[in-house]
Design a protein around this ligand. Structure first.
Ligand SMILES: Nc1ncnc2c1ncn2[C@@H]1O[C@H](COP(=O)(O)OP(=O)(O)OP(=O)(O)O)[C@@H](O)[C@H]1O
Ligand SMILES: [Mg+2]
Length: 418
C-alpha cells in the first residue's frame, strides 16, 4: 500500500473507553502514513503530550472529560488538529456542536475505519482557523473594574468588597459584585443567599460553549441592592474554571456598570498548568488582578496581619507595578495600641504613594448585616458605613456620592416597618 500521508502523521488517541479506540489505534499500521504515538489516559495527558510537539493530530472521544472549546484552542495553538469521534450520530450530538465548535473533523464512530482517508482531506495546519482576536478589554467610556485582594488569614477581602458594592449601590451606580475566590465563594453566605447554584461555574461553562456574552446578565442575581455573580460552591471545583474567565467577566461587567471582584489570597503561579492550556488554581485571582483597573489590598491591623500586608504589597508589585493600590487596614481597634497616624505611616512606608484607609472593628454591625442579608450601607449611617464610603471615594472618585444616602435608606427602612 502506498503511504497515505507524507511524511507520517503522528496521532494521539484518547478513546475514553469507547469501543472504536482499538480500531483508531490500528489505523497506525505500517504503510498507512499514520503513527499512533500515544494512547492517552485522559485529556490532561493528551494536552500535555500535544504541548511537547510529538503529534500533529489528536483523535478524541466526544465524551472525554473536560473536552471543550478551550481544549480545542490549546491543541490548535500547539499545531495539533482535532478529530472528535462521536459515539453515535443522533440529535444529542447536534447540541454538542456548540461545545465542539472549532474542531477540525467530527467523525461518527461508525466511520472510524475511514480515519486515514478523512485526515487526508483535512486542511493543512497552516490554514487552521484560529480564534478571532479578542475585543479590546476596556471600551472607551466603560465603567471601572476593581479587584479586592489581600493576603491569607481572612483579613476581610469579602467584607470590604461587599462594603464597596453596597456603597456603590447606595450611590445608584448599579455595581456588579463578582465572587472570584478559587478557595470557594463566601459572598452568597455573607448575604444569606442559600441556593448553591454557582454563577461562576455556569459562566465558565458558557465561556467554553462560546456563549458567555449572551447569557451573562441571566447568570447574575440581584441582592442587597446590587448585582451578584455567586462563586464556587466548594474550593475543589476550581478545576472547572476555564482559563481566561476573569478577564472576560470583567470586560462584560464593565459594559453594564462598575465591577467589584472579591478575590482569593494566593497568587502563586502554577507553571505546570501552562503545558495543558488549563487554568492553574490561582489563575482566577492572578488574571483578575492583572486585568482590573483599580486595586484594593486589605490587611488587618494586628501584628500578624500587618506583616502579611507588607509581604502582599511586595508580591503585588511583581504582578502590577503600574497601579498604586488603595490599601485598607481592617479591624482597627484601640486594644492593639496603635493610633491612626502610626498605622498610616507604617503602611505608607511599605507602599509609597498610598493613603491607607482605616476600617474599624465592627463585629455587631457586620453581624446585623449578615443576619439581615443586607449591605452595611442599607443598614444606615454608622462608623463602618462611613469607612466604606471613604474606601469608595478614594477608589472611585468619579462616581458621585448620593447626598446623605445612609439617612435616606434608614428612613425608607422605617417606612417599610410601619
Ligand atoms: N471590620 C471588621 N470588624 C469585625 N469583623 C470583621 C471585619 N472585617 C471582617 N470581619 C470578619 O472577619 C471574618 C473574615 O472576613 P472576610 O470573610 O471578609 O475575610 P476574607 O479575607 O474574605 O477571608 P476568606 O479567606 O475566608 O475569603 C468574617 O467573620 C468577617 O465578618
Ligand atoms: Mg473572602
Amino acid at each position: 500500500m502506498r503511504p497515505v500521508l507524507e511524511p507520517p502523521t503522528c496521532l494521539l488517541v484518547l478513546g475514553a473507553g469507547e469501543p472504536w479506540e482499538s480500531t483508531a489505534v490500528e489505523s497506525g499500521r505500517p504503510g498507512s502514513g499514520l503513527v499512533v504515538v500515544k494512547r492517552c489516559i485522559d485529556l490532561t495527558d493528551l494536552l500535555a503530550t500535544a504541548s511537547s510537539g510529538q503529534a500533529q493530530v489528536a483523535v478524541v472521544a466526544a465524551g472525554a472529560d473536560g473536552l471543550d472549546r478551550q481544549a480545542v484552542e490549546h491543541l490548535h495553538q500547539v499545531g495539533v488538529r482535532v478529530v472528535v469521534v462521536l459515539a453515535a450520530e443522533g440529535p444529542e450530538h447536534l447540541a454538542e456542536r456548540g461545545r465542539l465548535a472549532g474542531v477540525d473533523l467530527l467523525l461518527p464512530a461508525a466511520q472510524i475505519t475511514e480515519l486515514g482517508a478523512r485526515l487526508q482531506a483535512l486542511r493543512p495546519p497552516t490554514e487552521l482557523t484560529r480564534s478571532p482576536e479578542p475585543a479590546p478589554r476596556r471600551a472607551p467610556g466603560a465603567a471601572p473594574a476593581v479587584a479586592v485582594w489581600g493576603p491569607q488569614g481572612a483579613p476581610g477581602r469579602t467584607t470590604i468588597a461587599l462594603g464597596l458594592a453596597g456603597a456603590l449601590a447606595a450611590r445608584g451606580a448599579d455595581p456588579l459584585l463578582l465572587d472570584l475566590d478559587p478557595a470557594g465563594g463566601t459572598v452568597a453566605q455573607h448575604l444569606g443567599v442559600l441556593d448553591d447554584v454557582s454563577g461562576l461555574l455556569a459562566a465558565s461553562r458558557r465561556l467554553s460553549d462560546g456563549d458567555l456574552a449572551g447569557s451573562f446578565v441571566a447568570l447574575q442575581r440581584r441582592v442587597a441592592g446590587f448585582r451578584l455573580l455567586t462563586g464556587l460552591p466548594r474550593g475543589e471545583r476550581w478545576t472547572e474554571v476555564a482559563a481566561g474567565l476573569a478577564p472576560e467577566l470583567l470586560a462584560l461587567g464593565r459594559r453594564q456598570g462598575p465591577v467589584v471582584a472579591d478575590l482569593g489570597s494566593s497568587i502563586e503561579d502554577d507553571a505546570a498548568a501552562g503545558y495543558t492550556g488549563r487554568a492553574g488554581r490561582y489563575d482566577l485571582t492572578r488574571e483578575a488582578l492583572a486585568d482590573a483597573d483599580r486595586l484594593v489590598v486589605v490587611g488587618t491591623a494586628d501584628p500578624v496581619g500587618l506583616t502579611r500586608l507588607a509581604r502582599a504589597l511586595g508580591e503585588l508589585r511583581e504582578l502590577r507595578a503600574d497601579v498604586v493600590p488603595t490599601v485598607v487596614v481592617n479591624r482597627v481597634r484601640r486594644s492593639l495600641g496603635w493610633d491612626a497616624a502610626q498605622l498610616r505611616a507604617l503602611v505608607t512606608s511599605w507602599a509609597p504613594g498610598t493613603e491607607p484607609i482605616l476600617v474599624p472593628e465592627a463585629r455587631s454591625t457586620l453581624d446585623r448585616a449578615m443576619v439581615a442579608g443586607r449591605s452595611v450601607a442599607e443598614l444606615g449611617d454608622g462608623e463602618l458605613s462611613r469607612a466604606f464610603e471613604a474606601v469608595t471615594c478614594a477608589l472611585l472618585p468619579e462616581i458621585p456620592r448620593a447626598p446623605r444616602a445612609g439617612i435616606r435608606l434608614r428612613r425608607a427602612g422605617r417606612a417599610r416597618r410601619r
